[in-house]
Design a protein around this ligand. Structure first.
Ligand code: 5GP
Ligand code: MN
Length: 341
């Protein structure tokens, strides 16, 4: 358990004295990045603070319903506005990441800014990218951590509806609707309070989970039926998707979200990997069960990182070479993969 008290005091002081507060999330923002950002935004604006928001790049369709999401400035689309916002900020709060390259094209401007910087995050291996870092890897989501911090700042749970829906979305998406991740009894109590206070739960779940195109479902079929390899002796399964596959199924951003979790349902499999061919590189997503450190694997071989059981990285080269390299380094981890837990 992280002792928030000392950080909260600093945060409260800074929030009080700052005229232009900037909230910024990570590139390719997920439900937790946007959920925690919007939650903080609604709380701070309710207290009369002047707050702006930036995302390094576009929001995926499944997040655009969120109240306040149209107030998030997209760096790649509105560079000048975003440059001004970063330049004017006298407090920068970064949400749901701890590595500067997760800022995408905004990295240089944000890192060069003289404004005091805060990180609120739940990833492992925190880098010293800010003056103040509140990080708690025992939390299932940054949204849960933001909820705790705001409860502390506010003296009681804050309960505006858009705030509740943002926290709910962050927690639900980072746990795969309570399927994985370190959610706890406390998480469930927060969710219980949120639901009792009233949110449009069915509507949110439908937008998040029952909103796929037919092509996306067929792409999932292809992935499982023809592109998945099971290496039972290494307790590993992997899926490869080429650019051609994606084009054929009219892929749009976000379509492959969740594919990497599917092979973990196979009996005995404890490591699942998704390889997606991009323009000059291959994107790797890793999921593991038990104590196999997918984040260490990602960091050691694929310049990546993340959580123990959910991480990602990249390989510069073709899909064919990426696969060859992956199989080689996988074999090097045979003993660990065959381990008991
Ligand atoms: P996903 O597989 O859903 O894209 O990513 C899962 C988690 O892995 C993310 O929450 C993020 O923490 C981490 N992650 C994914 N890709 C990268 C990467 O290229 N570098 C780092 N450091 N972390 C990544
Ligand atoms: Mn998160």
């Amino acid at each position: 358990m992280v002792d928030y008290a000392k950080y909260i005091k600093e945060l409260a002081k800074l929030l009080e004295s700052s005229q232009n507060i900037l909230l910024i999330c990570h590139i390719n923002p997920d439900g937790d990045a946007i959920g925690s950002q919007l939650a903080l935004y609604f709380y701070l604006t309710s207290k009369g603070r002047n707050v702006s928001m930036i995302s390094p790049n576009n929001l995926q369709e499944f997040l655009k319903w969120m109240q306040g999401s149209d107030r998030i400035n997209i760096f790649t689309r509105k560079k000048n506005t975003c440059k001004d916002l970063i330049g004017m900020a006298d407090l920068i709060i970064m949400l749901d990441f701890n590595q500067p390259n997760r800022l995408g094209e905004a990295e240089e401007l944000v890192m060069k800014s003289k404004a005091p910087k805060f990180v609120i995050d739940h990833h492992l291996d925190s880098h010293k990218i800010a003056d103040y870092i509140i990080t708690d890897p025992s939390k299932c989501s940054t949204a849960e951590l933001v909820y705790e911090i705001i409860t502390e700042l506010n003296g009681e749970p804050f309960s505006a509806k858009p705030f509740r829906e943002a926290i709910y979305t962050g927690i639900v998406t980072d746990t795969g609707n309570f399927e994985y991740g370190p959610y706890t009894g406390r998480t469930m109590r927060i969710i219980a309070d949120i639901i009792e206070s009233g949110i449009e739960k069915e509507k949110i779940l439908n937008v998040l989970y029952n909103n796929f195109s037919a092509e996306r479902m067929r792409l999932q079929g292809l992935a499982l039926n023809q592109r998945m390899t099971v290496l039972a002796d290494l307790r590993t399964a992997y899926i490869t998707l080429s650019r051609h596959d994606l084009e054929e199924y009219k892929h749009v951003k976000g379509d492959t979200e969740g594919f990497v979790n599917l092979p973990l349902s196979i009996k005995g499999i404890r490591f699942s990997v998704l390889l997606i061919e991009k323009d000059n590189f291959v994107k790797f997503s890793f999921r593991s069960k038990g104590n196999f450190p997918s984040n260490e694997f990602a960091a050691k071989y694929f310049s990546g990182g993340g959580h123990l059981n959910a991480s990602g990285g990249e390989y510069a080269g073709t899909l064919e070479n990426a696969l060859e390299y992956f199989l080689k380094v996988l074999k090097e981890n045979e003993t660990l993969l065959k381990g008991e837990n």
